[in-house]
Design a binder for this molecule. Sequence first.
Ligand code: GDP
Ligand code: MG
Length: 172
Amino acid sequence: MRDYKLVVLGAGGVGKSCLTVQFVQGVYLDTYDPTIEDSYRKTIEIDNKLFDLEILDTAGVAQFTAMRELYIKSGMGFLLVYSVTDKNSLNELLELREQVLKIKDSNKVPMVLVGNKADLKYDRVISVEDGIEVSSRWGRVPFYETSALLRSNVDEVFVDLVRQIIRDELEN
Ligand code: GDP
Ligand code: MG
């Protein structure tokens, strides 16, 4: 069976690596080098079926690179991650989403909007409503707030993404 290729995108420091490692390995690693871009494999069960995932944890969204174009092309689903403590990180996603839609040449690409670091109550600068607003502007892209630290909603975002890919495959 072929792999489901997922790509984790977002500004530096929002928690892409923490979320990925928490999902794949079930641990919270707080020592991740922000420049490391790595891919991970995990097999998950959804509705009694097994799915092999290949997850690319990206780093560096500042410039549009040929590399980025390549992995967006081959990606089947995208986690667009911001941090609820970083206003700019949500703005950066607007641009990233445009890039994804342009490169995939489609306006229906499996995607999940993820507001991470939801545990940081006192540092929060982006409200749940702000996240919902962006998600509806994007045509009701599924939206979750997560905490990689507390492992809250971590499985949910990945499973939602895989379900979207499966659904699209059935329709086409
Ligand atoms: P990346 O650059 O997007 O890959 O970000 P990292 O995953 O390396 O996370 C950057 C830093 O944010 C980490 O060192 C953690 O200290 C912190 N962090 C990541 N996720 C969470 C979270 O859910 N809650 C809290 N409180 N901190 C987090
Ligand atoms: Mg990282």
